[in-house]
Design a protein around this ligand. Structure first.
Ligand code: TRP
Length: 371
């Protein structure tokens, strides 16, 4: 078994989320929190029920304030160095749910600086991905009146003065131990954590407010904020709260993280229906038995079957999901049949997304934050 490694620049090995909770010092989302969310929103999102969003930092504080009538703002982001895939999409569809249910502002950061510094790509290539990624974020259906894009190099004028205040309070040795940096890292990459920290308090500076910030994100991003939450407080701002998502697995197996660096084995938001079917049929790891006879007799393994696991993201109805699991475990459903169910579900959502994406370009300007 490969040693587990989870940080913003490296996700490796078999991921044990319980271990991650104790290593990171984050808290599991418990029944009590779910109840409080349900009392406010009227429902528990399937990703909460199913433990896809599984942990948090200080989520109680955001809920305490909200119950007293005080709104928070949401903050999340993406690093534009490739196409958006279902892993991003699932996290953002939950962000959209939060925005709709709590009726709050969303600040969305595009870290073109980060990707330029970390990837072997030109500045121009990164700018192209920034635009492409913006189309997908808009296609998610976020409320244009309540969603504000920050693009690091374009909004540097408002971000940088705050970023230096953050940077001054973080040492290189702290970053070395959190991210495994060495002396050969470029100096921009060392500064970058400061840029990702700023949006968790910048809206308060701009609006002269003191709201809580809630950051929904993949758990790999936690080390940035583990470092900077204390710094933020020292600078006189509220510590941001965080809600952490597990990784959507790659098609090829239930461990690891979906990534856009291998286009073939992840499903991209721009894939057409045929491509989706082809990728899933070809690459999705099966928990089925070698022959139909054996499968009918012994049943399949839902834990390792990627199509079964991905259905947690796309079949929102609990009864239907457990019926599929039940039949698959008993051998009544074959791997190919589960794949077919998944393919149809995904293609439904993608065709909606792609329709909205076609109209997104004309909306970019509305979403970009104007001071
Ligand atoms: N660093 C993130 C990435 O590479 C992008 C990002 C910026 C982000 N700010 C964030 C992600 C806040 C989650 C929450 O994708």
């Amino acid at each position: 078994m490969k040693k587990m490694k989870v940080n913003p620049y490296n996700v490796n090995g078999d991921i044990n989320y319980d271990k991650l909770i104790s290593e990171f010092g984050i808290k599991p989302i418990d029944k009590n929190i779910l109840k409080r969310i349900e009392a406010i929103t009227g429902e528990i999102h399937p990703y909460l029920r199913r433990g896809i969003f599984f942990a948090h930092r200080d989520l109680e504080k955001v809920l305490d304030a909200y119950e007293k009538g005080e709104k928070f703002f949401l903050y999340t982001g993406t690093g534009p160095s490739g196409p958006i895939h279902l892993g991003h999409y699932s996290v953002w569809s939950f962000v959209k749910w939060l925005q709709d249910k709590f009726d709050v502002e969303l600040w969305f950061q595009f870290t073109d600086d980060e990707k330029f510094l970390y990837k072997d790509m030109t500045y121009e290539e990164i700018q192209e991905w920034t635009k492409e990624n913006m189309l997908d974020v808009i296609a998610m259906g976020f409320n244009p009146n309540k969603t504000h894009f920050l693009i690091d190099t374009k909004h540097a004028g408002i971000i940088y003065p705050e970023a230096i205040k953050v940077a001054k309070k973080i040492t290189f040795s702290t970053l070395k131990s959190a991210f495994g940096f060495t002396d050969s890292n470029n100096i921009g990459s060392i500064f970058y954590t400061a840029m990702q920290t700023v949006p968790c308090f910048l809206p308060n500076i701009l609006n002269n407010e003191n709201k809580y910030c809630l950051i929904p994100m993949g758990v790999d991003q936690d080390p940035h904020f583990r470092i900077s939450r204390d710094v933020v407080e020292k600078l006189g701002h509220k510590k941001p709260s965080i809600i952490h998502a597990k990784f959507m697995s790659p098609l090829t197996g239930v461990t690891g993280k979906s990534s856009s660096s291998n286009y073939d084995k992840t499903i991209l938001m721009t894939d057409d229906a045929k491509t989706v079917a082809k990728k899933i049929n070809k690459y999705s790891f099966s928990g089925g038995k070698d022959t139909i006879e054996e499968h009918r007799e012994k049943g399949g393994n839902i834990e390792v079957d990627v199509a079964c696991q991905w259905l947690k993201y796309f079949e929102h109805n609990d009864e239907k999901l457990s019926e599929i699991y039940d039949k698959y475990s008993k051998g009544e459903l074959l791997s190919g049949e589960v794949k077919k169910i998944l393919i149809d579900k995904i293609n439904n959502e993608l065709s909606e997304h792609q329709r909205r994406r076609m109209n997104a370009e004309g909306m970019i300007d509305r979403f970009i934050f104007k001071n």
